[in-house]
Ligand binder design. Structure first.
Ligand code: F6R
Length: 251
């Protein structure tokens, strides 16, 4: 794992956007794996700025999001589809038909998981996967003790995750109890992974990611076995943690 320590959230977001847009420009047809939540909002902002100023085109990009709440429909403002349209897709030249998320309101959820997993495979898999990390080490919505060999599946969210995500909802009880998430195996099949972490609330998770045990109790620990993972974390997230720094020259 390459660890890049940056000053703050803005620098983390700028560097992440630079790495992604560079990839969009250099690869003819690109499959991007995308995340939601607080962490990638800055990155999406910088991608939009780059699109407006430098004209980086997303016409040949396909996107696959990590997860979606059950049973939210696409037009629910709390759905991840709504978030992605609002914070990114509506501001780029990406055809909407190239943007994919699991359908949280599918009538047959098991079928939907199989369909989404196949959709990713049929498109040739993820080239670059963007990840945030939960305080408990979840990636996507793969909560602790999810099997490392899981594919896209329905999850019951832990109370810690529901509490952490309550800030996006009007009332804490509105946070859905279930979600569809791509599996850990699905994430590990990505050719390249970029994980972002910012702020004090992610410090324990960063320590565990870098120095803890490889265990299904901490899902992100599996990333140590992936051949091409870059972690961009800010000073606050890495404070007091021993890091073997890596300097990045491409951006
Ligand atoms: C969301 C996702 C989650 C988040 C994680 C961190 O698509 O995959 O794993 O990345 O919960 O969330 P934030 O960024 O809000 O701290």
């Amino acid at each position: 794992m390459k660890i890049i320590e940056v000053k703050d959230y803005q620098q983390m977001s700028r560097l992440a956007a630079c790495i992604i847009s560079e990839k969009v420009r250099s690869q003819n047809r690109l499959n991007l794996g995308l995340a939601t939540g607080e962490t990638p909002k800055g990155t999406y902002n910088y991608l939009i700025k780059d699109f407006n100023h430098n004209g980086t085109s997303y016409e040949e990009v396909y996107t696959f999001n990590l997860d979606e709440y059950v049973p939210l429909s696409m037009d629910n403002p709390n759905s991840y589809r709504f978030y992605m349209n609002h914070f990114l897709f509506n501001h780029l030249d990406i055809p909407m038909s190239h943007t994919f998320l699991p359908l949280g309101n599918a009538t047959d959820l098991e079928n939907e998981c199989v369909r989404y997993e196949k959709q990713i495979e049929d498109h040739g898999g993820i080239d670059l996967q963007l990840l945030g990390i939960g305080k408990n080490g979840h990636i996507g919505f793969n909560e602790p003790r999810t099997s490392f060999i899981s594919k896209t599946h329905v999850v019951t969210l832990t109370s810690l995750t529901r509490e952490a995500n309550a800030r996006f909802f009007e009332r804490p009880e509105d946070v859905p109890k279930q979600a569809i998430t791509v599996g850990i195996e699905t994430i590990m099949k990505s050719k390249e992974i970029l994980l972002l972490a910012s702020g004090e609330s992610k410090r324990e998770a960063m320590n565990e990611l870098l120095h803890g045990e490889l265990s299904e109790d901490f899902p992100a620990s599996i990333l140590r076995l992936h051949p091409d993972v870059t972690v961009i974390a800010d000073q606050t997230a890495l404070k007091g943690i021993q890091v073997e720094g890596y300097s990045f020259t491409k951006c």
